[in-house]
Design a protein around this ligand. Structure first.
Ligand code: SAH
Length: 420
């Protein structure tokens, strides 16, 4: 979602005559989007601010590039940022692109001089012809006990269906070959828009009917809301990518309950079955969070067992960090020492990496459709519908075009193949 917000802002600035430069030294405007979902993300933002100090050093106040920091770290640590990094010119408490843009129009003179645009320009990456996102839901109404997103990004706001379709059509007209609709729980689309409002299935059906994208993806799905209907009406559609990101977080019933995720381990296993029945070629990925405050060694073993059992093709794995203001940080003591958490994380990563490597070998010798992302004399980079990079020694297809490849080697995070 942060990538999508940044891409939208970049497109907006480009449409007003701006262009990206290669280094901060060349920039007139430096816009930093911050994220507070985990401690590590927050630390990264602060250390990035530190690195910008030299840009303003020795210059009178107001000279040099305008440095603007935005996103959810700002409201939390404003006083500290002002004190430690006084050279950051503007601090914005939010990340909604239209709000940020309105503020930039006030404080960045070159932008203030530009006329307003009628519609937001499509945020398409012209070099890749993809990585095109449309945000269908901002904010989140769920209350997972460890998660800062609801307080950092606010309550759920649905983008009207007509606007989503219009943005998708604009992306397509600008040359995007595929797109992903985004929401913290995309399956909750429409739920806060009043009775009778179109839901997730209607949204995806509208996108299928009114755009010609070869592949449509959606991100992220809360397991509690993955129904047989979603599997049939969406996942089973050939133009929907065979990719499901279904964060499970933990394999322990107790921990899942305390995380307030709203589903059980059994429910999770059942919906994975449904999804795989609807889409036998499904590539299944997940998020796993280890070291939740009450997680015992046994709970952790249950997570390992679930991982072995379900068979994830890939996983994003994190060590718990208490997020200020969340129920878990207020009500539960973060008892587990950090080295212990990291030890569990290491173990989990090792198990998943090995299983993932074995699972990914099922693609060996298979023919897959890919989109060409980048061409160089020695090597072409392509990507499958489930977002796996495929490297090709030679290729006839142009960038942005689709072709078929035979997979002849499988590595941890990429495939090697040859064009058919
Ligand atoms: N809305 C999505 C994901 C949001 S954040 C969902 O419900 O799945 C992405 C991932 O960051 C989460 O799935 C979780 O695994 C991880 N995460 C969230 N809060 C965290 C915390 N306090 N500590 C460590 N990891 C966290």
């Amino acid at each position: 979602m942060n990538v999508a917000d940044a891409a939208e802002l970049a497109a907006q600035l480009d449409a007003r005559g701006g262009h990206a430069v290669d280094s901060p030294e060349q920039a007139g405007l430096i816009l930093i989007n911050t994220c507070t979902v985990r401690q590590k993300a927050e630390d990264k933002a602060l250390s990035f601010f530190g690195g910008l100090k030299a840009l303003k050093h020795g210059r009178p106040r107001g000279a040099g590039p305008l440095i603007v920091a935005m996103g959810c770290v700002i409201p939390k640590r404003k006083a500290e940022i002002q004190r430690q990094f006084p050279f950051v010119d503007v601090l914005l408490d939010y990340s909604d692109p239209e709000l940020v843009l309105a503020e930039l129009a006030r404080c960045f003179p070159p932008l203030a001089a530009m006329p307003a645009l009628e519609a937001p320009p499509p945020a398409v990456n012209p070099e890749l012809c993809r990585a095109s996102f449309v945000t269908a839901i901002r904010g989140c109404n769920h209350r997972c006990s460890y998660c800062v997103v609801p307080s950092a990004r606010g309550p759920q706001r649905d983008t009207p269906l007509g606007d989503i379709v219009a943005q998708a059509q604009a992306l397509e007209a600008a040359g995007a070959a595929d797109m992903t609709v985004l929401g913290q729980n995309i399956l909750a689309y429409g739920r806060t828009s009043g009775p009778g409002a179109p839901g997730f299935c209607e949204l995806m059906e509208a996108l299928l009917a009114r755009t010609g994208f070869r592949w449509l993806s959606f991100l992220t799905s809360l397991p509690a809301d993955l129904t047989a209907e979603v599997c049939q009406r969406v996942l089973a559609q050939p133009r929907v990518a065979p990719l499901l990101h279904l964060p499970v977080q933990s394999g322990s019933a107790k921990v899942l309950g305390e995380m307030r995720r709203g589903y059980t381990v059994e429910h999770y296993r059942r919906v994975v079955e449904l999804a795989r029945q609807a889409r036998p070629d499904l590539y299944l990925t997940t998020d796993l969070l280890v070291g939740f405050p009450t997680e015992t060694e046994r709970d952790f073993e249950e997570t390992l067992a679930l991982v072995r059992d379900v068979g994830f093709d890939d996983a994003f794995m994190f060590a718990y960090s208490p997020r200020p203001g969340t129920p878990a940080s207020l009500e539960l003591e973060d008892r587990l020492p950090r080295p212990e958490k990291l030890e569990r994380l290491k173990q989990l990563i090792a198990v998943q990496r090995e299983l993932g490597a074995v699972r990914n070998r099922r693609y060996l010798g298979q023919e897959l459709e890919v989109i060409i992302e980048q061409r160089a004399p020695e090597q072409t980079t392509a990507r499958t519908a489930f977002n796996k990079p495929v490297y090709l020694a030679a290729c006839r297809q142009r960038v942005g075009g689709f072709t078929h490849v035979r997979i002849n080697a499988v590595r941890t995070s990429s495939f090697y193949g040859e064009e058919r």
